[in-house]
Design a protein around this ligand. Structure first.
Ligand code: SAM
Length: 270
């Protein structure tokens, strides 16, 4: 039984296993007058599975603005609407922003249901030494932008979504920048070929050397010793630009006011 009625509900749907939906989400999807969904064919499969007969209207990133008047009119006429995306939680790398902003402006009540989401499903099974993480959605595509974002969050546990076509290349770029650090990859969570692996980038690249399939979420661990992280990052950059080990030792020992052989030793350890 709902304690209170809202005009608009944000309803998470499964990220793989069709049974990962709450009783309450099914109730709400049954009870509302309209389900706004990214791809009506995808949502219809879920609705058929749970024998939900509610009408679906498409709402995706290409028609977000043009649907607003329709939804606002329906709500003014006392109808109730639920928003779903193709998978997981709407608004987490999925459409919803435009309509929520308009609902807030127009004074309609909104309630989000808790539910499936790839980031939280992934993080909830990874040991971490603190609660902090930064989620950036999909990592940018170009090498330069990847470098910028990794550099920006050097001291954070960085979580991102990435496509299976790009993830191995992206890991290579991160290794050039941060060295052979430990990362976690979650693949096909809650599905038949679910796999979560935590290892150094080199060992993960070896593990996935024949390619990687499915949906992917990745965590790059923050370095617990930021100074070491920064130093190793500079070493990696200078190495990738073709500097010799001895030259790197001279440059970094001057910049960081350290002994040359201390840098040289770290260089050899990497
Ligand atoms: N709204 C979704 C959520 O709550 O996680 C995310 C939508 S975003 C468009 C889709 C991306 O989420 C995929 O490309 C993948 O990176 C990640 N993802 C979704 N389902 C996943 C799964 N079962 N396993 C791993 N990653 C997943």
């Amino acid at each position: 039984m709902e304690q209170r009625n809202f005009s608009f509900y944000i309803v998470p749907t499964p990220i793989g296993n069709i049974r990962d939906i709450t009783f309450r989400a099914v109730d709400i999807l049954n009870k509302v007058d309209i389900i706004a969904c990214e791809d009506t064919r995808i949502t219809q499969k879920l609705l058929n599975h749970y024998d939900i007969k509610t009408k679906c209207i498409s709402y995706h990133k290409y028609n977000e603005r043009e649907r607003i008047d329709f939804f606002l009119n329906e709500l003014r006429n006392g109808k109730r609407i639920a928003l779903v995306s193709d998978a997981g939680t709407p608004m987490i790398c999925d459409p919803g922003n435009v309509i929520i902003e308009e609902l807030n402006k127009n004074g309609f009540t909104v309630s989000a249901l808790p539910g499936a989401c790839a980031v939280t499903t992934f993080l909830s099974q990874l040991p971490r030494n603190n609660e902090e993480f930064t989620f950036i959605g999909f990592i940018p595509r170009s090498e330069k932008q990847i470098e910028e974002v990794v550099q920006k969050y050097l001291r954070n546990n960085l979580v991102f979504y990435e496509s299976p076509e790009r993830i191995l290349k992206t890991l290579g770029i991160i290794r050039n920048l941060r060295g052979d650090i430990r990362v976690s990859i979650g693949r096909e969570l809650s599905k038949l070929y679910e796999e979560v692996k935590t290892d150094t980038i080199s060992r993960l690249l070896e593990h996935f050397k024949n390619g990687i399939r499915g949906e992917i979420v990745c965590l790059i661990y923050a370095d617990e010793n930021p100074e070491t992280a920064e130093l190793e990052q500079k070493i990696s950059i200078l190495k990738s630009k073709g500097f010799k080990d001895k030259e790197i030792s001279v440059i970094l020992s001057t910049l960081y006011n350290k002994k040359k052989n201390e840098i040289y030793k770290r260089l050899l350890d990497m």
